[in-house]
Design a protein around this ligand. Structure first.
Ligand code: NAD
Ligand code: LMR
Length: 333
């Protein structure tokens, strides 16, 4: 796709708090580049339409030149028609007294409808990123309901966890976060995820150095580092009384940017993508793996060593995803 063509970008949950940061990253050019014109399609539910109109006024008032047009809608057919990129942020949040099964049920219904609309109306090369929780399972539902769109075009967000892992390593090692590379998030975007620093390295003035040679503290790398990243989302909710928003929007921007423009040579990032048997995770779920990206296509990094400690954590997050799938799929038959 050349930059002279306008790309159609759908953001759902557009009146919500993540979207309030995300939309402005997109129209500034942080996601698709500084010369890519965008038709912005904003979807939310009818109760939010007045708020959404306010967001549209602010988009106009930013006077960013990349915005070619804005559509504000509550209709999935209108939203997803000819979509090139679909960022599915909108989801039912967990409310007081709600059981996990209620949440799975409500969100299964949303992602079934949106998956079907993507199947029927979107561009056949549409790239889909699911952010709304439970993100991996919602992405699987949307993909299952979109059999005409290649499975590999559906992904879920674990880049926020990846960025969190890099930031924790940088803080501990007292280096700039830009010098931390190749950490991995395995599995579910939940507290069972496995943040893995074993293959990562830090660029020091003396050269590329394994993380464990800089942070010589296995107890921290296999303990507090992992639990801090696993529980970061909950810690932010507890402190802010709202879930992460600006950092989530930044991670969404990184995920889509790299999916379109690729990853630097030798560098990998974490993405929730359909499992293909790699690392003993059979097909049938959306699992976060280390990937490299070239020409708009990602490849799961192969051949990384998996020690018994890592195996146990990868198997545990895999089991949780299988359970989530079983619970959620009873609502979409
Ligand atoms: P929010 O409640 O502020 O906004 C959600 C928006 O979605 C609301 O405007 C709501 O009306 C809308 N919505 C609900 N149902 C919809 C539907 N069927 N179609 C279109 N829009 C719909 O929430 P938020 O803080 O923006 O978070 C959104 C989601 O992202 C939540 O599920 C949250 O848990 C999740 N999240 C995921 C990650 C991640 O890393 N994967 C990180 C942070 C938050
Ligand atoms: C996050 O990781 O910040 C969110 O997914 C937390 C949540 O439950 O919304």
């Amino acid at each position: 796709m050349s930059n002279s063509e306008i790309v159609n970008v759908v953001i759902t949950g557009a009146a919500g708090q993540i979207a309030y940061s995300l939309i402005f990253n997109v129209i500034k050019g942080d996601m698709f580049g500084n010369d890519q014109k965008i038709k912005l399609v904003l979807l939310d539910i009818p109760a939010m339409i007045d708020g959404l109109r306010g967001v549209v006024m602010e988009i106009e008032d930013c006077a960013y030149p990349l915005v070619s047009s804005i559509v504000c809608t509550t209709d999935v057919k209108e939203a997803f028609t000819d979509a090139h990129y679909a960022i599915l942020v909108g989801a039912m949040p967990r409310r007081d007294g709600m059981e996990r099964s209620d949440l799975l049920k409500a969100n299964a219904a949303i992602f079934k409808v949106q998956g079907k609309a993507i199947n029927d109306y979107a561009n056949k090369n549409v790239k889909v990123l699911v952010v709304g929780n439970p993100a991996n399972t919602n992405a699987l539902i949307a993909s299952t309901c979109a059999p005409n769109i290649p499975k590999e075009n559906f992904s879920c967000l674990t880049r926020l966890d990846h960025n969190r892992a890099k930031a924790q390593i940088a803080l501990k090692a007292n280096v700039n976060v830009k010098d931390v590379h190749n950490v991995i998030i395995w599995g579910n975007h939940s507290s069972t995820q496995y943040p893995d620093s074993r293959c990562g390295y830090i660029n020091l003035p003396t050269g590329k150095t394994p993380i464990s040679n800089v942070i010589k503290n296995d107890q921290w790398l296999q303990g507090e580092f992992i639990t801090t990243v696993q529980k970061r989302g909950a810690a932010i909710i507890s402190a802010r009384k709202l879930s992460s928003a600006a950092s989530a929007a930044k991670a969404i921007t990184d995920h889509m940017h790299d999916w379109v423009f690729g990853t630097p040579e030798g560098e990998y990032v974490s993405m929730g993508v359909p499992s293909d048997g790699s690392y003993g995770i059979p097909e049938g779920i959306i699992f976060s793996f280390p990937v490299t990206i070239k020409n708009g296509k990602y490849t799961i990094v192969q051949g990384l060593p998996i020690d018994p400690f890592s195996r146990a954590l990868i198997d545990s997050t895999h089991s949780e995803l299988i359970q989530e799938k079983t619970s959620a799929f009873q609502f979409i038959e």
